[in-house]
Ligand binder design. Sequence first.
Ligand code: FA5
Length: 346
Amino acid sequence: MEQKLKELAQEALSKVASAQDLKELNDIRVSYLGKKGPITEVLRGMGKLSAEERPKIGALANQVRAEIAEQIEKKQKQLEEAAIEKQLKEEAIDVTLPGRPVKNGNAHPLTKIIEEIEDLFISMGYQVAEGQEVETDYYNFEALNLPKDHPARDMQDSFYITEEILLRTHTSPIQARTMEKHKGKGPVKIICPGKVYRRDNDDATHSHQFTQIEGLVVDENIRMSDLKGTLEVFAKRFFGEDREIRLRPSFFPFTEPSVEMDISCKICHGKGCSVCKGTGWIEILGAGMVHPNVLEMAGFDSKKYTGFAFGMGPERIAMLKYGIDDIRHFYTNDIRFLKQFSIHES
Ligand code: FA5
């Protein structure tokens, strides 16, 4: 029995020494020191031994068990330390490596243009007003001097939801709503950006959904010269001091008189080229003096108050400013197009 215990000790210690990981070590502990292990078995069989042998073998068995347990504990520490060491090595961070560049998103070019135009008018004392994209026929047309059977409604082909509700075709309903809120008292000085919808066929210069920015000033003694001066400041600050403007007679049911504003062509400086179709001028917005009917419908006394309004399409403005040849670039989200307007490197 003594011999058997010594062999067991040797076998167990050599297995402990060569254990590769904590799981293997635990298996060794269970198989040699566990309740069903060989040492426990030896101790159980002690009853069969003679009285002299019993204490001797008992002491030896305890000694073997203690030694195996001690070696297992030592090995466990070693393996744990090695595991930590390995983990530290694997997770080591080389602080000298250059950082990975973070890709920043950037505002959509249209958002930028709209904010730029807003800022320019805010600097002239305007406030930003917003409306709703789903609008009533009343605010989109009737309150703007376009009764139900008015032929000028054909100028803006509309998406109707019901007979009385539609997707707004322009930002002008915001004028009507804002004037109404003022309850007949001036001054009103607003700039209104927003999405609008028309049943236009998409092509290089038309989209069924686009944006507009509307401007409206209502007060006593507002004159056509105020409108012209304001638009001139806008055109020169936005497109460059060397640009000229001209107003051409036009028609909008909600303004009288109505005009369209052109700016001199940046490419040919008025001489005529393919961009301005040989005219030397490029149209950028519609405008006019607010029609007395519109003022009255919104609760303003048209004998006391006058006003001017203008409306432009930021897509077309951005196309002119940056030489973009197709309006669809704004909506197809080609990252190569959008990136050109990024202020970040990526
Ligand atoms: C209007 O919508 C008037 N409400 C503007 C106005 C406001 C006039 C206040 C007078 C006083 P018009 O339909 O011309 O006007 O549109 C204005 C601008 O929207 C155009 O100059 C153009 O830049 C843009 N626009 C019109 N239709 C489209 C389209 N399908 N796609 C892209 N831009 C468009």
